[in-house]
Design a protein. Sequence first.
Length: 258
Amino acid sequence: MFIPLHDANTLKHIKLQYVTLSLIALNVLVYLVVNVGLAGGVYQAAVISFGYIPAVVNDVAELPPSIVYIPEELSLVSYSFLHGGFMHLASNMLFLWVFGDNVEDALGHFRYLVFYLLCAVAGALAHGFLVPESTAPLIGASGAISGVIGAYLMLHPKVRIWVLAFGRIPLRLPAAIPLLVWFAYQIVAVALVSDEDISWAAHVGGFVAGAILVLFLRRRGVPLFDRAIVTPKSVETEAPRVTAQGAGGTEPPSWGRG
């Protein structure tokens, strides 16, 4: 419904969002190796081995030992670096590019990385909660990036962003409008849409995690909801003026001359 293009929101605490850029680069690199086939057609094996499979993590099913490369619990993170196709990758990276830098700015580099990975875990857990016995691998950075969206909404709901409404109409709107509409759609989709190709629950889980985590991981003094930072100022008082006639600058009465 809304495709983000740009936000006029300058960085205040960091010079470069290098964690966000590194995450984008890593996702693109994994896509080139796994999907494009630079490693010799390993897509299916990678999805099964590194995707999040609820039935496997919940001990309902087991993978063949020959394709087990990591502890099953690590798939709660590894799944988020795999994508099903170019548009899947491109849409996720676009959201991360537009919104990730300001969240990284508000949290700091290290805490932002921890935040991102925790949101990925939250997205996987929400998906697994709804379909605990599913044997279909979950892949994609959507859970983590939904967390970035949730944090951005908590930090900068009033910042105006350029979006393409319905993929065609350019609009400049306060961030709260497209982001809340996006989240409302995810909620409705969880309840009503039976499309098994998209995990709406992972989006919701990541978003909620991001909105909560930013409360605790943001830098000290970083405000929420675009509130202005008020710097306390000292109040100066002027000392009473002392004159030769007495304290407090009081003049003696003037006596008339006869």
